[in-house]
Design a protein around this ligand. Structure first.
Ligand SMILES: CC(C)(COP(=O)(O)OP(=O)(O)OC[C@H]1O[C@@H](n2cnc3c(N)ncnc32)[C@H](O)[C@@H]1OP(=O)(O)O)[C@@H](O)C(=O)NCCC(=O)NCCS
Length: 159
């Protein structure tokens, strides 16, 4: 079992976060977008550090009025299939449940079969497809799959 420490990332983590995003994502978030997420009171950026303290995975969750949205998740290519993303998603699901979110939502490229397998393994189902949503290679575009997972609602505001 890989030794992992999960923690909230802060603006001081921007360089390591940007480097991981560039290393692990075919379509990385820009540093400015990552900085915005780190500063956004409606977002939480979680990092997974290995036993030596290196950032090997991250995930970004936004709090919406009734739902939570997974905006990004990236694992270091050298650390994949060791449960890093699963651990991050479990943490985000727990966070969203403490917020009282009814569902967790996400969008994923139609060609990203690895991420889709991860989300299915974590209980997400496909709700629909948004045609030509993402820019792709050579000026083309590709569809987004819309996925969601019901959460346990512990919200005192609901009866
Ligand atoms: C998708 C991604 C985050 C998965 O991270 P990971 O740490 O390797 O995933 P885990 O090891 O936690 O996988 C948990 C389960 O998800 C499924 N899964 C994950 N990656 C998979 C893949 N490439 N192919 C098939 N199933 C996969 C499996 O069921 C896996 O369990 P198993 O290894 O016991 O079979 C990682 O491949 C990645 O960073 N990809 C590039 C960025 C990206 O596409 N992000 C998502 C869209 S924004």
């Amino acid at each position: 079992m890989t030794e992992l420490r999960l923690s909230r990332l802060t603006p001081g983590d921007i360089d390591e976060l940007t480097a991981l995003e560039r290393l692990g994502q075919a379509h990385p978030w820009r540093e400015a977008w990552l900085s915005e997420a780190l500063d956004d009171g409606h977002a939480e950026c979680w990092g997974a550090h290995d036993g030596r303290g290196a950032l090997v995975g991250h995930a970004i969750l936004y709090r919406l009025p009734f739902e939570a949205e997974l905006q990004a998740i990236t694992v270091d290519p050298g650390m994949r299939r060791r449960g890093v993303a699963r651990r991050l998603l479990e943490r985000l699901i727990a966070r969203a449940e403490t917020w009282g979110s009814e569902r967790m939502l996400l969008e994923v490229r139609g060609t990203n079969h690895g991420a889709q397998a991860l989300y299915r393994a974590m209980g997400f189902v496909v709700d629909g497809r948004r045609a030509n949503y993402y820019p792709a290679h050579a000026g083309r575009r590709e569809d987004a799959l819309l996925m969601s997972r019901d959460l346990m609602v512990g919200n005192a505001g609901s009866e």
